[in-house]
Design a protein around this ligand. Structure first.
Ligand SMILES: Cc1ncc(COP(=O)(O)O)c(C=O)c1O
Length: 375
């Protein structure tokens, strides 16, 4: 019997994006912008920073497993605390869902090229991992409902989706839900909820308190706390109760939790972040479209570009990197012909477009392609 199970041996460790400092040093650049990880370019919620400073004095005491944040979220959403879980990022909660509910013969069902964090965690469990292709870069919820089998235990949906940025509508979700048996657990990952909720077609899952749906949200995006590692979930109390059996007892950490509780009330920062993102997203989408790039309409804080082939996508990402713009090639997600650009500050976004212009001058093949696309 090998020490490492075959389901683990075939996996590759998650590769974090390059840091700005690393790229600055490697290419001898004075200006580097990181538009690779869908972080908040406005920084962190100031209320969260104040709370972290205040709670630094409590670090010799063990945390309470997220109790304070669970209470704050229960109050905010008019739920019982038993319906809420907090964890070290929504990634960690996904990990706990995988460990809690999946047995060897179960199947997981999601879309092709799903959020990489989910892929890594679900595949590490060694169960069957089934995917349904996108239709026009959107979830094909009809095909997904049809792909549910007797063995399907978990369906994972991210809305808006990472990496495409696309959103499915209330009508699409409701029709999907009607076709999925109640024994199937649906993970609705709403990491980008705050950016999308203004869209009247967006199915805010808090309006669907179905017993087999777990909603996941995070402080990593609009609250600017990706480095703190704090996320949360809402579900039926039986689901939460079982997750609490598996979760690390002292997760989340004191500072992360305090940051989350404080950030929840920092509406000024959230509103500012959402507004600046909307402007930046519109700018990037318009400038890219004017240059003939194929992009997917996004409801999140990033935009996905589709190239004619993998070579063009990787030359594009490398060409930007060498000029100091770090973007995310999507080969590891399963889309080697695509890249993802996160929305930055107005200055970052302009710099990114300037670098793209310099790059297209240097890449005749890309230039001809874009010209043919009707720029
Ligand atoms: C769809 C989706 N879910 C979850 C996460 C992870 O969030 P967290 O930082 O809370 O683990 C991300 C982060 O990129 C994401 O895009």
């Amino acid at each position: 019997m090998p020490l490492v199970p075959p389901s683990i041996a075939v996996l590759r460790p998650y590769e974090a994006g390059r840091s700005a400092e690393e790229v600055r040093r490697q290419y001898g650049l004075s200006r580097v912008v990181k538009l690779a990880s869908n972080e908040n370019p406005q920084g962190s919620s100031p209320a969260a920073i104040t709370a972290i400073r205040k709670h630094a004095a409590d670090l010799h005491i063990y945390p309470q497993g997220g109790l304070l944040l669970r209470e704050a979220l229960a109050e905010r959403y008019g739920l019982k605390i038993d319906n809420v879980i907090a964890g070290s990022g929504s990634d960690s909660i996904i990990g706990n869902i995988v460990r809690t509910f999946l047995c060897d013969d179960d199947e997981v069902l999601t879309t092709e090229a799903a959020f990489i964090g989910f892929q890594v965690l679900a595949k590490s469990r060694g169960v069957a991992y089934k995917t349904v292709p996108y239709r026009g870069w959107r979830y094909d919820l009809e095909a997904m409902a049809a792909a549910v089998t007797d063995r399907t235990k978990i369906v994972y949906l991210a809305n808006p989706n990472n990496p495409t940025g696309a959103m499915f509508t209330r009508k699409e979700f409701e029709s999907f839900y009607r076709h999925v048996p109640e024994r199937v657990l649906i993970i609705l990952d709403e990491a980008y909820f705050e950016y999308a909720q203004g869209n009247s077609l967006y199915p805010d899952s808090m309006h669907y308190r179905y017993d087999n749906v777990i909603t996941l949200r995070t402080f990593s995006k609009v609250y600017g706390l990706a480095g703190a590692r704090i996320g949360y979930g809402f579900a039926h109390e039986d689901l939460i109760q079982n997750l609490l059996k598996v979760k690390l007892p002292f997760e989340p950490g004191t500072l992360a939790e305090a940051a989350g509780v404080a950030a929840l009330d920092d509406r000024e920062f959230v509103n500012r972040s959402v507004e600046s993102n909307a402007l930046g997203l519109r700018f990037l989408q318009r400038e890219l479209a004017e240059r003939g790039f194929e992009t997917v309409p996004s409801e999140a804080n990033f935009v996905m570009l589709v190239f004619p082939h993998a070579g063009a996508a990787s030359s594009f990402a490398q060409g930007l990197l060498e000029q100091g713009v770090i973007i995310r090639p999507l080969a590891s997600f399963g889309l080697p012909q695509c890249v993802r650009i996160s929305v930055g500050t107005a200055e970052d976004n302009e710099f990114c477009i300037e670098c793209i212009d310099k790059l297209t001058v240097r890449m005749p093949e890309l230039r001809h392609r874009l010209a043919a696309a009707g720029t």
